[in-house]
Structure formats: structure tokens, C-alpha cells
Design a protein around this ligand. Sequence first.
Ligand code: AR6
Length: 176
Amino acid sequence: MRMSNTEIEVILGDITQMQADAIVNAANSSLMGGGGVDGAIHRAGGKSILEECRLIVNRQGRCPAGQAVVTTAGNLPARFVIHTVGPIWLGGQAGEAEKLGNCYLNSLKLAIENDCRTIAFPNISTGVYRFPKEEAALVAFDAVSTFLRSNTDLEKIIFACFDAENHQLTKKKWNC
Ligand code: AR6
């Protein structure tokens, strides 16, 4: 489907294989790697990504939930990795939805600042961090559509879903 000038694509697949200008990593505040999509990105991208993350942490400290930072993408087909830190689900009363929305908004802002035309997102926080998938799909939809109302520079946003449930929920939310 399209929203404003931007094509929205929802796929079932591994984000490390995406040919987008930027792929988004669901990191943790240390930015030092981990499991899930974070582990997959660092494994496939090589050690230069971790080295850049270390420099960022040395400069500005740990990355709080909702914020995002950018590195190059090492051996990945993408040009950049945007590392964002999703909220850990604590039951829904701890600002989790706002923080998750900020992950999408801040990642999109960084993509624009780096002249990206295409960006791929995983389903941030819906793995180890246990954010309910349906609610996360709604938050992602609201944040991305809000962003697209005032930004027409992106050619394509890809949601690279890794499991069938997120794939179905994300497709339904975007009506595609
Ligand atoms: N491509 C796309 N999506 C993936 C991939 C992949 N290769 N691998 C997993 N996913 P998670 P979180 C999906 O746990 O919940 C890490 O240890 C997965 O199916 O990766 O934000 C970090 O270091 C799920 O839908 O991230 C943090 O400590 C989604 O990615 C913590 O996990 C997010 O699952 C972050 O937890």
C-alpha cells in the first residue's frame, strides 16, 4: 500500500538480508549486542558495527528506551544500521507505548538526516521484551503514519517480520 509518497511493504523474512538504505536494530541500552534480531545483525554485519556502538556509548553513554543511534552496516547490504532501544513490557502502565512510538519516530528522523530513501523495521520489543504483538503493531502504525503526514522524503518503509503472527498483524494494520 502507499501512504502519502511512501510505499509500505510488509514481508516475512530476515532483516539482515534487506537491501534498504537503513535497517533498524532492536537493541538494548548497552548497545553491545544481544540475542534476537540484535544478535543476527551483529553476526551478519561483522565487528565494525560493535566498534562504532562502543564509540557512541563512550561519547554519550547508554541509549535510553525510545532513543536511536546510527552506525554504518559493515558486511550487510544496507548502508546504515539504526539501533533503537525498545521498552521492556512491564504491563502497559510504565509509558511503554510512548517509548515504542518514539523508537519508530526517532529511527525515521535519523534515516532522513542520513539521506536514506528506504528503511526496514523489525517488530521492535515484541520478542525478548514481551510487548504484546497486536498492541505493538498499532503503536508502530500510529507512529509511522504520523511521521508520514509531515515527511514525504521516504520512498519505501519495509516491515521485516520474522514470525507469522507479527506478519499477519502488521499486514492487517496496514491493510496490505
Ligand atoms: N529479522 C527480523 N526480525 C527478527 C530477526 C531477524 N533476523 N530475528 C528476530 N526477529 P527481539 P526485543 C524478530 O527479541 O523484543 C536482544 O537480546 C523477533 O521475532 O530481537 O526488542 C537485544 O539485545 C521479534 O518479533 O527484540 C535486547 O536485549 C522482533 O524481532 C532485547 O533482545 C524483536 O525481538 C530486545 O528485545
